[in-house]
Design a protein around this ligand. Structure first.
Ligand SMILES: [Ca+2]
Ligand SMILES: [Ca+2]
Length: 254
């Protein structure tokens, strides 16, 4: 029985350690859009938050580099961009041999589409540039420092409390940080941030109500006090009767 308890405690510690260990990494979430042949790349969105760093995609077809404001490499990752193509009437393929075995009757048509790739890189305070270099030589650079924080006192769309002092932890910034830190993050869903649960379940003090007294109004005597006075009165009367009886007996005896 005791060994079961020890195992349960160890398991809970393991869960706690592993969950916080992976969740507490500060990252920058990047959404890169691209067209066919990876001609025009755009950094559609970015946001600093807590989460997982993307795994290396080997062999991949491009290298993503995170650079500092003085072009110093901070982080490097191999990434695989897939051609954004939509095929109408694709030819029939043998699933075992992977060979084209015939067409579906109509000519197959390929339409170029827009692709979106999401990549999470570690967050660095001095991160300033993202460079995506394809193996065929195409290279694109995005300036990110000003997008992560422009220090204008307003929490802008791509800023968050992780990357910018313009955003406050108890105000909305579209990033939920559910730490037990006495701060209820309004971006967290119901029941996610323990501090918000505490805030909701905290009992609200009820003000003590004193009855309004009008001048000249007789305050009703409390019941117990009234009863005590009656007993006192009765005791005094009985004592007086007893004294009178004793006095008369004394006179008669004399
Ligand atoms: Ca700002
Ligand atoms: Ca919190």
């Amino acid at each position: 029985m005791a060994s079961h308890r020890v195992l349960c405690i160890l398991f809970l510690f393991f869960l706690l350690f592993t969950s916080t260990g992976s969740y507490t990494a500060k990252i920058i979430k990047l959404s890169v859009s691209y067209d066919a042949n990876f001609q025009s790349l755009e950094l559609q969105e970015l946001k600093a938050m807590y989460g997982y760093v993307s795994a290396e995609e080997l062999p991949g077809n491009a290298t993503l580099r995170l650079l500092s404001d003085n072009d110093k490499p901070l982080y490097e990752l191999r990434v695989a961009f897939t051609e954004p193509i939509f095929v109408v009437n694709p030819p029939l393929v043998d699933v075992d041999t992977n060979e084209v075995v015939g067409s579906q009757g109509a000519e197959s048509t390929r339409y170029p589409e827009k692709g979106i790739k999401e990549i999470n890189v570690p967050y660095y305070e001095n991160a300033a540039l993202i460079e995506i270099a394809f193996d065929d030589g195409k290279e694109t650079r995005f300036f990110i420092a000003n997008r992560l924080c422009n220090n204008n006192g307003v929490c802008d769309a791509e800023e968050s409390t992780v990357s910018c002092g313009d955003c406050k932890p108890d105000k909305p910034d579209n990033v939920c940080i559910a730490f037990d830190d006495n701060i209820c993050d309004p971006d967290c869903a119901l029941g996610v941030d323990i501090d918000c649960i505490r805030q909701q379940t905290k009992p609200t003090p009820i003000p003590l109500q004193t009855p309004a007294e009008t001048p000249g109004e007789q305050k009703p005597m409390p019941r117990q006090e009234g009863i005590n006075l009656i007993y006192c009165g009765l005791a005094v009367v009985m004592l007086l009767i007893a004294l009178v009886v004793v006095y008369y007996r004394k006179i008669k005896g004399d």
